[in-house]
Design a protein. Structure first.
Length: 189
């Protein structure tokens, strides 16, 4: 497994090995031992899946507040996305900073999103299927979002904002400056 550490502490792109022949390939997309070797000791408890029918569908920027906070391992089963995360851990040296990576079924890469991050993506192809593992169960009372197109965050979605398809929830999400993060930076040695 290839591991690429991103500029936001704890976030990384994981690319599992693929073993292929003329029939296709086989890949272990999740293996607890291999993740532990990569420095991730995560106990995933739930798998989620979303299908976006149209290119330009934006989902995010979402979070689950503590104590229901979630770390995620995101992968694309069909299609491509531009996946964006924002560090919102108060006290973090990278608070308010974001990174975006392209994930695709073809590349087989995955994004590990630690707890304390906003998370969202935009689909780059129609009929894009995204799956992600989380380490805490969903709690509707802890569910929240911040405006995906917030000018203070300045996330580059790689598309014109007027071309986006968003849910009513995401369209009504608060601005970053009007939101108080429930997450606190916990520096680890």
């Amino acid at each position: 497994m290839q591991v690429e550490h991103l500029s936001l502490t704890g976030a990384m792109v994981l690319t599992p090995a693929r073993h292929g022949d003329d029939r296709g390939y086989f890949s272990e997309t999740w293996n607890r031992r291999r993740l532990a070797e990569a420095g991730l000791d995560v106990d995933f408890v739930q798998d989620n899946e979303s299908l976006s029918a149209t290119q330009g569908t934006v989902r995010g920027l979402h979070y689950q507040a503590p104590p229901a906070a979630q770390a995620k391992l995101v992968r694309v089963v069909a299609g491509r996305i531009r996946d964006a995360i924002v560090d919102v851990r108060r006290g973090s040296p990278t608070f308010g900073q974001w990174v975006a990576v392209e994930l695709s079924a073809k590349a087989g890469n995955q994004l590990f999103v630690p707890r304390g991050f906003l998370h969202g993506f935009v689909t780059l192809e129609p009929d894009t299927l995204v799956q992600y593992k989380v380490d805490n169960h969903y709690d509707a009372a802890a569910d929240g979002s911040v405006a995906w197109n917030d000018p203070d965050l300045g996330v580059d979605w790689g598309m014109a904002p007027e071309a986006a398809t968003v849910s009513a929830k995401d369209a009504a999400a608060p601005a970053f400056r009007d939101w108080t993060s429930p997450f606190v930076w916990e520096e680890r040695p």
